[in-house]
Design a protein around this ligand. Structure first.
Ligand code: ADE
Length: 279
């Protein structure tokens, strides 16, 4: 997948994204990144790219011409596809809020162009002409679109097959199924008196999976109730299955208790009582 960023600060983009997993993916050729300096395309002899807004008001605006010419240079360099024009994402607090679903959706594209604004914004006419998606990364205002573009590129790139070493990890994490991630533990088994939950040491993969989902659900219910409600609405069968499972366990326990009482009518549940996992 190829990321193209139209920006006044190309170094910020290149330096911000060339380390760790993304850096390695670029070296391996799984993703490419180019940052195009909009200033290189201005026809102004002083290399100016901004001017005062018509009608007055605070600050300066990025002008249409250098943005449009930088865009044309990038679009012309992209091999033509049957699906037509490349999607152009303009980073703006007025856009649709970015989320994991959008990251997955954008990751299906072969090329993406990001347009980073500065100052008070960009001349509306060029936005109308080239932008296909207006995207915000949250309800706050940053000084430019570079950080939001980097956030988006990071989230999108890791959805590209092969970018994450372990193919599973993109799917199992927070938000991939609209739930927050379950807690994870590594060595040592006991740290500062805190023990790793017993079930994770059991080797019983079915039980571990069950426990992790329950942890995810409980975390989501507490921290993001709106996500929990959505999941619960879409996964009613989970609760039916859970109820059946619990009913089976209750019956098994009852059977064991009856058996014990038959063997030892005067005593309580002594040795050989139902183990905790059967409850
Ligand atoms: N540009 C400035 N603030 C922004 C935000 N919150 N999201 C996207 N682009 C922006």
């Amino acid at each position: 997948m190829n990321f193209h960023v139209l920006t006044l600060f190309p170094d910020m983009i290149m330096q911000g994204l060339n380390t760790s997993i993304l850096g390695r993916s670029m070296e391996a050729g799984r993703i490419t990144l180019e940052a195009v300096n909009i200033r290189d395309y201005t026809i102004n002899k002083h290399k100016k790219v901004d001017d005062y807004p018509y009608g007055g008001g605070a600050g300066m605006l990025m002008q249409a011409q250098p943005v449009y010419d930088a865009y044309l240079a990038v679009e012309d360099s992209i091999p033509k596809k049957s699906s037509g024009k490349t999607r152009v994402i303009y980073l703006t607090p007025q856009g649709k809020t970015f989320d994991q679903g959008m990251a997955k959706e954008f990751a299906k594209e072969e090329d993406l162009i990001f347009l980073c604004g500065h100052y008070e914004g960009i001349d509306e006419r060029v936005l109308e002409e080239i932008v296909t998606d207006f995207v915000s990364i949250g309800d706050y205002v940053l000084t430019g679109g570079e950080l939001p573009a980097m956030v988006m590129i990071d989230a999108i790139a890791r959805m590209v097959p092969g970018v994450l070493g372990n193919q599973d990890s993109g799917e199992n994490e927070s938000f991939s199924n609209n739930l927050l991630e379950y807690p994870q533990y590594s060595r040592p088994e006991v740290w500062q008196g805190k023990k790793v939950p017993e079930v994770l040491l059991s080797g019983d993969h079915k039980k571990i999976e069950e426990w992790r989902l329950e942890q995810s659900l409980e975390r989501t219910r507490q921290l993001r109730p709106e996500l929990y409600e959505k999941w619960a609405g879409e996964n009613q069968e989970y609760f039916v299955r859970k109820e059946k499972r619990e009913e089976r366990r209750r019956k098994k326990l009852l059977k064991q208790l009856k058996k014990q009482t038959a063997v030892n009518p005067n005593g309580g549940v002594g040795e050989g009582s139902a183990s905790e996992e059967d409850t």
